[in-house]
Design a protein around this ligand. Structure first.
Ligand code: 13P
Length: 254
């Protein structure tokens, strides 16, 4: 019922010229059956979205576009920020909100993340709400408390019917960019926990929400992760920067 979704988060990598090549190379490595099985999204930097849109539309590619962040205001005196509408007009379909790098390095609180998620929905796009505990929180046995709060506050105030369309990505901070993946069992049970937290707020909408795992996903570990009943896809950082490697992640069952 829930279609697999694999999202490449390129972070602060790739100029617009590199992005064109990366999108084209990735598309050559995927075929119709891959797209039937998995929705594929790439999230290049803002400066490359227009170029990516152009190549996707000109070549009728099935790869979809995501943005890594947006501001939650519609417009105004917010120097350096980008509004949801600005990216929506570039055929962006997904927006990552509350990535741990934004929470940790740029001070985003659960309240800000909730405002962004609401603004992304209002602009007609799908938010990818990122949640996850730090190593310290894990070691002090507060992972459930932290992740539960991030999920519940992230979706607070959103109608259950709308919640059904969102994506939540469980990304343990200690697994991001470290090569230390959560074991498939641990990742699977945390993603089940995430879904149950959505159920507490939004009832049966939880069954439709796609829950992704992120944190050092690579071609070697992806199949084990995807086999878990509550993992509906992956949010992939480093391994999404090389089109060959990313294609191997997307074709995880082969
Ligand atoms: P890595 O796959 O490089 O660990 O990054 C994960 C991530 O933060 C995706 O959003």
């Amino acid at each position: 019922m829930r279609k697999y979704l694999i999202v490449g988060n390129w972070k602060m990598n790739a100029t617009h010229l590199e992005t064109i090549q990366m999108v084209q190379k990735l598309s050559y490595r995927l075929d119709v059956s891959d797209h039937q099985r998995v929705e594929v999204v790439v999230c290049p930097p803002f400066t490359a979205l227009r170029s990516a849109q152009t190549v996707i539309e000109a070549d009728h590619l099935q790869i979809m576009l995501g943005a890594q962040n947006v501001d939650w205001h519609e417009s105004g005196a917010f120097t350096g920020e980008i509004s949801p509408e600005m990216v929506a007009k570039l055929s962006v379909r997904f927006v990552i909100v509350g990535h741990s790098e934004r929470r940790g390095l740029f001070g985003e609180t659960d309240d800000v993340v909730n405002k962004k998620l609401t603004a992304v929905l209002a602009a007609g796009m799908t938010p990818i709400l990122c949640v996850g505990e730090t190593e310290l929180e894990r070691d002090s046995d507060t992972a459930g408390e932290i992740v539960g709060r991030q999920v519940r506050e992230g979706i607070a105030g959103v109608e259950p019917d709308t919640v059904a369309s969102i994506v939540v990505a469980y990304e343990p901070v200690w697994a991001i960019g470290t090569g230390r993946t959560a074991s498939a069992d641990d990742a699977g049970s945390m993603c089940t926990f995430v879904r149950e937290q959505v159920r507490e707020v939004s009832g049966d909408a939880a069954d439709a929400v796609r829950v992704l795992y992120g944190g050092s996903v690579n071609p070697g570990n992806v199949a084990g992760l995807m086999a878990k009943k509550d993992i509906d896809g992956g949010l992939v950082g480093g391994a999404s920067l090389d089109p060959d490697t990313f294609a191997s992640v997307i074709r995880y069952w082969m």
